[in-house]
Design a protein around this ligand. Structure first.
Ligand code: NGQ
Ligand code: ZN
Length: 455
């Protein structure tokens, strides 16, 4: 069906009275300044769908369950104790539960305005650490959740071999993640088969971190991406930086660039603790920094120097990571607010070329997200996938707004209900703010969680 919008952010700019036709999930034509024709489906403000570059879908199932103090006082809780809670939770997950949880996470992503997800997938094996009959069984379940919800999937099978720098042995809690370079190559092959039923899935690879993969491992496995994206967690916690310095005398980002060629196919997830010379290395490489502001706040990671990085022309994107709360606008808002609080300033991540903070954040994350996910340029233009988010112009938060003010008001002043319809690959998957399969997906999720949590 042909779509017509009162206004649309087609590429970097706005146009009014926009008519978009499509076939087989791809945009055929975009006309501007034209009235709707009978039979057109009408909407308010159309935006290209945003990429969510970093998700561990299964962690959606434990959202809110790691917010109680474990020992005595705030000092007893850290990223590392959170990780223990997370490992205990994943110990109880079977493939059915993973599929059910991922379907809810992906439905919520679409409802929030994310149309493609980078799934950083490391929960490969059975609870006893043995591979499933199909080594990509879990990847099949993630693909099924993507098919069920319609979200675009960039699957990033994770290589995880060690428990710390220098190839330190992995722990019990990590046995579901572990592969060798050889078994990982088979897993990537099986992952390609797992996503083959999806029309436009992309497969990359993800060495988990410099703790879990040595530079030699990374050099061996990065080519398995075969031109697709390469993602890596890096420098998220100060302890990780200290351990890296103790091991090799270099900081994580500096060491990575010493050891491995990093280019625009790479996404460095977090990169929180970086010095100016490391920032310059990242910016010059064209790699995308995948910030996950809500999760980074939740885990007490620290703040990436995003303002300085933008000044250097660095590429960035956002990810929902732990999925403790899935909301595209809130990721962008949290990103800007972190910079404001740290710098005691206002309107930080904008420029004289684009003074609107909301538009600067959105345009930046759109371009960086598409690049990091190996997808098309995320514009509403002929030949591109019809991945489109429509904001409700009747919502009070958008009253009287036009142009970039729509993005500012969505991101900074929106509560719920601003995202109205979402189309993914030409299919309407969110209507009146709700995923079209929400009821069934929630029902299955509730059953799975009752089983997993023993409630
Ligand atoms: C993960 N998540 O793999 O889920 C990690 C925690 C780790 C984040 N870093 C585990 N946010 O880094 O070892
Ligand atoms: Zn992560």
């Amino acid at each position: 069906m042909t779509l017509w919008f009162e206004t649309a952010f087609t590429g970097g700019e706005w146009a009014d009275d926009v008519r978009i036709s499509h076939r087989d999930g791809v945009i055929l034509s975009v006309e501007t300044g034209v009235p709707p024709r009978p039979g057109d489906e009408r909407g308010g403000a159309a935006l290209p769908g945003l990429g969510n570059v970093h998700s561990h879908a299964f962690q959606r199932g434990m959202a809110g369950l790691a917010e109680t103090q474990g020992g005595s006082g705030a000092d007893s809780d850290s990223f590392w104790t959170w990780r223990e809670v997370m490992y205990r939770f994943l110990g109880a997950l079977d493939p059915d539960a993973v599929e059910a949880i991922a379907a809810l996470a992906y439905a919520e992503m679409l409802e929030a305005g994310f149309t493609r997800v980078g799934e950083f997938h490391y929960l490969h094996h059975a609870p006893d650490g043995r591979a499933y009959g199909n080594p990509a069984e879990m990847a099949c379940r993630l693909a099924a959740a993507a098919a069920d919800t319609g979200v675009g999937l960039t699957l990033l099978p994770v290589f995880y071999a060690h428990g710390g720098f220098g190839g330190a042995p992995s722990g019990e809690g990590q046995r579901r993640f572990i592969t060798t370079p050889d078994s990982f190559a088979r897993l990537v092959e099986a992952s390609r088969a797992a996503v083959s039923p999806l029309s436009d899935a992309i497969v990359g690879v993800a060495p988990h971190s410099l703790r879990a993969a040595t530079p030699e491992d990374i050099a061996r496995i990065a080519p398995l991406a075969a031109g697709g994206p390469v993602h890596l967690h890096i420098a998220e916690q100060v302890r990780e930086v200290a351990d890296c310095l103790a091991f090799c005398g270099r900081r994580p980002v500096a060491w990575l660039f010493d050891q491995v060629p990093v280019d625009a196919r790479w996404c460095l997830v977090h990169a929180t603790h970086v010095e100016p010379d490391e920032l310059r290395l990242i910016a010059a490489s064209g790699a995308v920094v995948g910030m996950c502001p809500i999760t980074e706040a939740n885990l007490g990671d620290g703040l990436f120097p995003a303002a300085a990085f933008r000044t250097m022309g660095g590429w960035f994107a956002v990810g929902s990571d732990s999925n403790v709360l899935i909301d595209a606008a809130e990721e962008l808002r949290t990103l800007e607010y972190g910079q404001r609080l740290a710098g005691r300033a206002r309107n930080v991540l904008a420029s004289s070329a684009r003074p609107s903070v909301g538009a600067s954040l959105f345009v930046g994350a759109l371009a960086g997200g598409a690049q990091a996910l190996g997808a098309g340029p995320a514009t509403l233009s002929p030949g591109e996938s019809l991945d489109l988010v429509c904001l409700d112009l009747g919502h009070p938060s958008l009253a009287g707004r036009r142009g970039d003010a729509l993005l500012d008001s969505w991101i900074f002043a929106g509560r719920t209900g601003l995202v109205d319809g979402v189309w993914r690959r030409g299919r309407k998957v969110v209507s009146e703010g709700r995923h079209v399969r929400r009821r069934a997906i929630v029902e299955r999720y509730r059953r799975a969680l009752a089983r997993v949590l023993g409630a």
